[in-house]
Design a protein around this ligand. Structure first.
Ligand code: ATP
Ligand code: PAF
Ligand code: BAL
Length: 283
């Protein structure tokens, strides 16, 4: 049985009994509109912990664009229907007032890793993410929390957050789940027109090809310039960023033999897509 809880009080009561019984809790924080990418995180949490909470909260504080927030897909009934057969124990779907009650005045800001990339293009976004993730981790009392590598910068921000605030939770990174044609699954993909949906997988294809060339020792600047031109030629209207960063901490890549990530954000028909792939220098 999956219980749907809407209040902190109900959640706290449930978590207390699980802790009292010595059960290990896993949490999967989401904004809902669930797809197979989310369900992979949930299955992993179910395999590795005793009780699993999936949080569904469209967090207004992390949206830097009002129409993105108002049109974000909200599908709680369908989400619950896809979580129940997996054996999810609790869906925690609080209202905005439950998370940000009157008088709420705290902002959690992680510097360094949240700057640049998405942080540069979505002002305030990672403060919103860090603030809500800190609250959700504390409210759920989770032992393990599962995050997707699709949002690679977010994952690094969350790691820094829990280390710096001594939140006693293990952050478990999970690989990006893709459609059969390579497109990274994302709740916002439903906004793509059929024509743009056909173009969208080019982003992953160009990223993967470029990562291969970089791993083979190709010079970064010309490869990134060619990849940007190819993304635009495929039909994307803008490449917000396409950057090669050190995987650990997302700083500049000073040594070519360090594990690296190639990260991209690009606009297609008014939809912002992000993706990233590992670049593993060949020995
Ligand atoms: N394709 C995917 N593979 C693995 N994890 C994913 C994937 N898509 C989302 N996740 C992870 O699921 C969690 C919740 O993400 P979220 O609810 O924002 O979904 P989303 O599909 O990323 O939505 P959006 O594209 O609107 O940002 C995050 O940890 C995110 O990284
Ligand atoms: C982690 C998260 C649930 C915080 O709102 C959100 O940023 C997301 O869905 O990736
Ligand atoms: N998936 C990260 C949450 C966001 O785009 O707001």
């Amino acid at each position: 049985m999956t219980a749907t809880l809407h209040s902190r009080a109900e959640l706290r009561a449930q978590v207390r009994t699980w802790h009292r019984d010595g059960l290990r809790i896993g949490v999967v924080p989401t904004m809902g509109a669930l797809h197979e990418g989310h369900l992979a995180l949930v299955r992993r949490a179910l395999a590795e912990t005793d009780r699993v909470i999936v949080t569904i909260f469209v967090n207004p504080k992390q949206f830097n664009n009002a129409s993105d927030l108002s049109t974000y897909p909200r599908t709680l009934d369908a989400d619950t229907a896809s979580l129940t057969p997996l054996g999810t124990h609790v869906v925690y779907a609080p209202g905005v007032d439950e998370i940000y009650p009157a008088g709420f005045a705290t902002n959690v800001s992680v510097s360094g890793v949240s700057e640049g990339l998405c942080g540069a293009h979505r002002p305030g976004h990672f403060d919103g993410v860090a603030t809500v993730v800190a609250k959700l981790l504390l409210q759920t009392g989770a032992d393990k929390a599962y995050f997707g590598e699709k949002d690679f910068q977010q994952l690094q921000v969350v790691r820094r957050l829990v280390a710096d605030l001594d939140i006693p939770v293990e952050i478990v990174p999970c690989p990006t789940v893709r459609e059969a044609d390579g497109l990274a699954m994302s709740s916002r993909n439903v906004r793509l027109s059929p024509e743009d949906r056909a173009v969208a997988p080019r982003l992953a294809a160009i990223l993967t090809r470029t990562a291969g060339a970089l791993a083979g020792g190709g010079a970064a600047a010309p490869l990134l310039a060619a990849a940007t031109a190819d993304i635009l030629a495929a039909g994307f209207s803008e490449v917000e960023y396409l950057e090669l960063r050190a995987e650990d901490g997302l700083g500049p890549l000073e040594q070519a033999d360090r594990p690296a990530r190639l990260l991209v954000a690009a606009w297609l028909g008014g939809v912002r897509l992000i993706d990233n792939v590992a670049v593993r220098p060949q020995a």
